[in-house]
Design a protein around this ligand. Structure first.
Ligand code: DX5
Ligand code: ZN
Length: 226
């Protein structure tokens, strides 16, 4: 891996200026937009749904990936596909058969990722890891932007990246929650290859500068490894 992706989460952005907030990170060099979809049941917060995604689809060329933190994701994958998302990330803690759901998402022409909450052990996804192009490790309890990074998850990121290297197709290892200029070197050293960043960009006084600092921190951490 010679490059770390940065995919901003718009959850902490100013929704009254959403188009500008997205275009700002696109110009700064973002690799995609992370869409946090919450239903007030799977997580104790509500965010937005397919109609908002449809509206913002026209303001950027960046790929959209929806991180579904909802109770019945299977009921909504067509709606998100129609709204223009390129990929869907599902949680392995849902009550549905998530391996089957992943196949259905792929069949609809989208990419598919699998997510683990901080307490969920890697062994839950290990046997089917090769079916996912992205694996998202939650580094906070899902539900809210701006929470503190959970350092205890670093060991899981290390183990996952070791596991990933033994697969025929190397999945992208994403981390989500509390990623900023300080935590970036820790997760990159542990093997993360994609950073999902919300508050550290959108709550910063200068979001573009914050983006650039995270990018530099990621590049420096990567160089150290090589
Ligand atoms: C939390 C979401 C995250 C979150 C990231 O449930 O999945 O994507 O918005 O936010 P920060 O970077 O603010 O921790
Ligand atoms: Zn997320």
């Amino acid at each position: 891996m010679n490059r770390i992706e940065i995919r901003p989460s718009i959850l902490s952005s100013d929704f009254s200026r959403l188009a500008e907030e997205i275009q700002l990170v696109e110009k700064a060099g973002a690799d995609g937009i992370h869409l946090d979809i919450m239903d007030g049941h799977f997580v104790p917060n509500i965010s937005f749904g397919p109609s908002l995604v449809h509206s913002i689809r026209k303001v950027t060329q960046l790929p959209f990936w929806a991180h579904l933190m909802i109770e019945k994701p299977g009921d909504y994958v067509e709606a998100f596909r129609d709204a223009g998302v390129n990929g869907i990330t599902i949680h392995c803690e849902i009550d549905e058969d998530w391996v089957e759901l992943a196949d259905r998402i792929r069949g609809l022409g989208m990419g598919v990722g699998i997510t683990l909450n901080p307490e969920t052990p890697l062994r839950k996804i290990e046997p089917v890891l090769d079916r996912f192009e992205r694996v998202l490790v939650m580094t906070v309890h899902p539900g809210f932007g701006g929470q503190a990074f959970m350092g205890e998850v670093l060991e899981k990121i290390r183990a996952l990246s070791r596991m990933a290297f033994s697969l025929p197709h190397l999945p992208i290892v994403e981390v989500d929650g509390g990623i900023d200029e300080v935590t970036t070197p820790l997760v990159v050293e542990a093997g993360a290859t994609c950073l999902i960043v919300g508050a550290a960009i959108y709550q910063a006084p200068d979001p573009v500068l914050a983006f650039q600092k995270i990018k530099v921190a990621a590049e420096q951490a990567l160089q150290k490894q090589q």
